[in-house]
Design a protein around this ligand. Structure first.
Ligand SMILES: Cc1ncc(COP(=O)(O)O)c(C=O)c1O
Length: 421
């Protein structure tokens, strides 16, 4: 790092790119996936209930996390929906979640007729701020849905304290947080239910897939019905007694997910070490601040996040990201939500979850009347102009990381110089 020359002309202005070596192509699936897929085809059963792979995947997931039950489903959105539905809250109840998350954290809340309430984030981690969660608790609050954003554990002790004080169940959305730990424990062990995603972008993937963990037999049973139209297959009874979608995982998805799960420890190890390396570089670059990893946490770097000191750099996050892209660094502004907190999406602003009605935001039946306003979560709103994201991947080399740091150092140096002129 000492030899890095930040004062070289920016690539944006015709200088040499900081990323001198190309990023190698990524190969995520191979012989093991093919072998397990072949086993499924040879067995000639793709339906989870008659097959073996979904059950095996569930067993392995439960063992990995030390939970009694794992229930596989078709996506992370389905997993959150299943977890929320399993609480059987009356429609109109409020579920507190993060202002910065994927829509998949919220979709299931709305489908159950529940009202999402968005907590602000901590300025240095972008995870849910426990004091904001506490402020949002009302007589209507039914649950807290914690999101571990970007591969960094939320403040679980403080959030669990809030939940315990108020007698509220805690769900953990671990879609982005495979392998990240909180005080030495992997996240996903605290929630009465915890959910995971296996979509394309996650540490491990089977194209689309999800998982719910719980220790409670009753909740496992509810989930098993909820993902399957409330058909009581275990009893051989077909007499649905509540509304449930079809969120089945197929044997094909499970075969790929099983192969991926075998690779997870190595993927997490690699991402963590690359992320820590980039952190070390960025701590030495004036004008940028890596996301804070609180003591006792291991970040598993679904994404690498860093914050710009806008007073020192006097540029927009978009400008900084464009300059980085010209340097060959895969950075972007706007975080995971496309540039605004979730509650500023049209669906919340227009209260249009179910077109033609304002349910569940407004309902004479439930007494709900929730309006979402700019200014609701100031730290989350401010984050979009300050933070940048770098796509992380386990196949990056140390040289890739060092060249990303060089690019960030160069761009920061130039903007600081311009600001001081
Ligand atoms: C935090 C979080 N929750 C839920 C989801 C939904 O997962 P899926 O895309 O598998 O439906 C995602 C996906 O990006 C996510 O990041």
């Amino acid at each position: 790092m000492a030899e890095m020359n930040f004062s070289e002309r920016l690539a944006l202005h015709g200088g040499p790119r900081a990323k001198r070596t190309p990023i190698a192509p990524r190969k995520r699936h191979g012989e093991r996936e093919k072998q397990l897929l072949n086993e499924v085809i040879d067995a000639d059963v793709l339906f989870y209930y008659f097959g073996t792979k979904v059950r095996e995947l569930e067993r392995r997931f439960a063992t990995l996390y030390g939970r009694r039950h794992a229930i596989a489903c078709s996506s992370g959105t389905a997993a959150v929906h299943m977890a929320v539905a399993a609480l059987r809250l009356p429609p109109g109840s409020e579920v507190i979640t993060s202002a910065i998350t994927d829509m998949g954290s919220v979709t299931g809340i709305l489908y159950q007729g529940l009202v999402p309430v968005f907590a602000d984030v901590e300025a240095e981690t972008l995870n849910m701020d426990p004091s904001s969660v506490r402020e949002r608790i009302t007589a209507r609050t039914g649950a807290i849905l914690v999101v571990h954003h970007a591969g960094l554990a939320a403040n679980l002790d403080a959030l669990a304290d809030v939940a315990r004080e108020r007698g509220l169940p805690l769900i953990e959305d671990c879609a982005q947080a495979y392998g990240c730990t909180y005080h030495g424990e992997p996240v996903g062990r605290r929630g009465v239910l915890s959910s995971f995603s296996l979509n394309h972008f996650k540490h491990i993937t089977c194209g689309s897939g999800g998982m719910v963990l719980t220790d409670e037999d009753q909740l496992r049973y509810f989930c098993s019905l909820f993902l399957d139209k409330c058909y009581q297959r275990e009893e051989g009874v077909r007499n649905p007694f509540f509304l449930a979608p079809n969120y089945q995982m197929t044997e094909l998805q499970a075969a790929v997910a099983l192969a991926q799960l075998e690779k997870l420890p190595e993927i997490v190890e690699r991402r963590s070490s690359l992320g820590v390396r980039l952190d070390q570089h960025l701590r030495r670059i004036p004008g940028v601040h890596p996301q804070l990893t609180p003591p006792g946490c291991r970040h598993s770097y679904f994404l690498y996040l860093f914050r710009l000191d806008l007073a020192a750099l006097r540029c927009t996050a978009e400008e900084f990201a464009s300059a980085l892209n010209a340097e060959g660094v895969p950075a972007r502004a706007r975080l995971i939500t496309g540039g605004r907190p979730v509650y500023l999406y049209d669906i919340f602003q227009n209260r249009s979850a179910f077109p033609g009605s304002r349910y569940p935001f407004y309902s004479l039946d439930t007494g709900a009347d929730r309006v979402y306003r700019r200014g609701d979560c100031p730290a989350a709103e401010a984050a979009f102009s300050q933070w940048l994201t770098i796509e992380m991947a386990e196949h990056y080399t140390e040289t890739d990381i060092d060249e990303f740091a060089l690019g960030i150092g160069k761009v920061a140096w130039h903007y600081r110089k311009r600001a001081a002129a």
